[in-house]
Design a binder for this molecule. Structure first.
Ligand code: O7E
Length: 211
């Protein structure tokens, strides 16, 4: 099953609820990042809960283990079902996020490689591969890998096996859903849905790629 995850990067509470409500029947989860959480507060999770979809907290948590634990406790207490962490602070920092997530029955995903052009400055030369090892070592639930580079998604899939891959970069960043959907467990789509005149209709265009 390839899920469609709406990246709800809007900064108005009313707009967020309107788009989420319209798209809810067409999507499998909602990702909330800093734009919306900083604008609307962490209580946005409670506001979105009524749509009955898993809520992913994209805070790319990247601190020492103790601080990561404190951040994740807030995330799961607010009602999120998954958190996204950076792996570069090291295995102990990732383990703190994984432990907090699993203690709450939630999931933790680790950014293995990013989708924008400049990501290759540091997400290269074996770094994503090492991050996948950290995912295995810590028991994290999966990785974030770039829809803009399907060949890299294939390479990282070979390393992480059955763990989940969630993939941003489809649509606005140029990633092709037809190519990426068969390779991943979740397509993360933002602007090409929430920026459309009719977000629900835009979300429906991804239906052929939801398996
Ligand atoms: O380009 P869009 O509008 O479809 O939005 C993509 C979303 O995915 C946006 O929230 C962005 O911050 C996020 N993202 C990437 O685009 N590239 C990455 O490499 C990583 C992420 C991300 O969300 O990381 C955690 C999932």
């Amino acid at each position: 099953m390839t899920e469609l995850i709406l990246s709800l990067d809007v900064t108005g509470l009313k707009e967020a609820l309107r788009i989420a409500g319209a798209c809810a029947p067409e999507i499998d989860a909602i990702k909330v990042g800093y734009p919306l959480a900083l604008a609307a507060g962490l209580g946005i999770a409670g506001e979105l809960a009524g749509f009955g979809l898993p809520l992913i907290a994209d805070f790319k948590v990247a601190d020492i283990p103790n601080t990561n634990t404190l951040i994740c406790e807030q995330v799961f207490a607010a009602g999120f079902s998954a958190v996204i962490a950076q792996g570069f602070p090291g295995p102990d920092s990732v383990a703190a996020c994984v432990e907090a997530a699993h203690a709450h029955g939630g999931e933790c995903y680790v950014v293995a490689e990013m989708s924008h052009p400049g990501a290759l400055t540091f997400f290269s030369a074996g770094v994503p591969e090492r991050l996948c090892e950290i995912v295995a070592e810590t028991g994290a639930d999966g990785i974030i890998a770039p829809a803009t580079r399907p060949e890299r998604v294939r390479a990282l899939r070979a390393l992480i096996g059955k763990k989940k891959i969630l993939s941003p970069g489809i649509g606005a960043q140029g990633g092709d859903p037809a190519e990426i959907a068969p390779l991943v467990d979740g397509m993360i789509v933002g602007r090409s849905i929430y920026g459309a005149a009719d977000p629900a209709a835009a979300a429906r265009t991804y239906a052929p790629y939801r398996r």
